[in-house]
Write a protein of this length. Structure first.
Length: 161
């Protein structure tokens, strides 16, 4: 699970689960050990590959290779970007919080954001073609995801309104 928590500085939070035996999964262990991570947003076209990376592989197994994904070098951190992801956020860990016996939350500062040129609407204003990315999001429980096909936008009201 992941969400943007702020923009000055750009901050994200990711929720990470442990293995059934209580051990940290590779993602958690790597973030705690190295202090760096990349959030790669997932388009619907990559759902099966993304799901394959969730298998409970033992440490040392390359989940990206098992899923047929291609790693690309990041500019600011050691973990890779994933080819085909429309947006990748390079992050450094600012805090790790154990929130339960089988879960950890990591707060990260975004050092760099990569947006596929095909989805840039206005680079100077930071506008992207969100609906065209066809993103999926993890929901609750085992195997539940949501499509981002029903997007809408509301203008924020002002006090004068």
């Amino acid at each position: 699970f992941f969400n943007v928590m702020g923009h000055e500085p750009p901050t994200v939070a990711i929720g990470l689960m442990r293995r059934a035996n209580g051990e940290l999964k590779d993602t958690s262990a790597n973030i705690i050990e190295n202090g760096e991570f990349v959030v790669n947003l997932v388009p619907e076209s990559m759902m099966q590959q993304m799901n394959q990376t969730c298998a409970d592989y033992p440490p040392g197994v390359d989940e990206l290779a098992k899923a047929g994904l291609t790693a690309l070098p990041a500019a600011h951190v050691r973990p890779p970007l994933i080819q085909g992801s429309p947006v990748s956020l390079e992050c450094v860990s600012q805090a790790t919080i154990v929130t339960g016996p089988h879960q950890v939350v990591v707060i990260g500062r975004v050092l760099g954001a990569h947006v596929d040129d095909a989805f840039v609407q206005d680079a100077e204003r930071g506008y992207v073609k969100t609906a065209e990315m066809g993103l999926v999001a993890r929901m609750h429980g085992s195997g539940w995801y949501a499509r981002s096909t029903d997007l809408f936008q509301l203008a924020r009201p002002t006090v004068a309104d």
